[in-house]
Design a protein around this ligand. Structure first.
Ligand code: ZN
Length: 243
């Protein structure tokens, strides 16, 4: 079973379409949240996701913000402006879809969350200590996370001296899945590892393999739509720098 693993699309339809083109035929799509927020195409991204077979999608903090479920003072000024804009344009289909998303789900023996197992919507898995604490809250061998917009793996080496190691997952890199791990496919719509190309992964359930991919897309058309929509220009500029 070939599974497309996506996260943090952030209403960037051009990046999402480029990813779907390169990914080709898949048996399922697992999306780790933040379908909307920052970008200009929230309803279009929701509809595109809905058209994919065997979709599993998790709730991200920006999805919750777009639904008015969280206090926007938790966001910085520009993120708040984009959340308010998204709230104002979300159609009824998108609201229904985002409202239906779970915070945490185990699918085919893999835990899926946006942030982390112990705080599924909000916690950033950015360092080994956070990962170590979360390995204690994780019942499965593998857990897929998003939220940081960084393609990265955290491994739990049990041995005599338990320790957590991490690895940035570069293009075409395959992490070691023989040990317990957190895996992040990076961000489709707003990468933050100084590589502007959309990031995603393909997970093969039977072979237990994971491959990271990057795909270039037409960033300037997305930037133009962001500006035209009246969204903060900061969210347009950062796309070309990949952060
Ligand atoms: Zn995000």
């Amino acid at each position: 079973m070939r599974i497309l693993v996506l996260s943090d699309i952030h209403a960037n339809l051009t990046a999402l379409e480029s990813v779907l083109d390169i990914a080709g035929q898949v048996d399922a799509t697992w999306c780790l949240g933040d379908v909307v927020g920052y970008g200009p195409d929230p309803n279009e991204c929701v509809r595109t996701l809905q058209s994919l077979p065997n979709l599993v999608c998790l709730l991200g903090n920006h999805d919750a913000a777009a639904l008015g479920q969280i206090d926007l003072t938790a966001f910085n000024r520009e993120a708040r402006a984009s959340a308010q804009w998204t709230q104002s344009v979300l159609d009824s289909n998108s609201k229904r879809f985002l409202s239906s998303l779970p915070e945490k789900q185990v699918v085919s023996g893999v835990t899926l969350v946006h942030g982390s197992p112990r705080n599924p919507v909000w916690e950033y898995m950015l360092d080994s200590m956070t990962a170590e604490l979360n390995f204690r809250c994780m019942d499965t061998h593998l857990c897929f996370v998003g939220h940081t917009h960084l393609p990265v793996a955290f491994y739990y080496h049990a041995n005599n001296h338990p320790r957590v190691a991490w690895q940035l997952l570069r293009e075409n890199e395959s992490p070691d899945l023989s040990v317990r791990a957190f895996l992040n496919p990076g961000s489709v719509g707003q990468p933050r590892d100084h590589d502007s190309r959309a990031s995603f992964a393909i997970f093969d359930l039977e072979a237990q393999t994971w491959h990271n991919y990057r795909v270039a897309y037409n960033v300037s058309t997305v930037q133009a739509r962001i500006i035209r929509s009246g969204l903060p220009s900061h969210h347009a500029n950062r796309l070309s720098e990949g952060w």
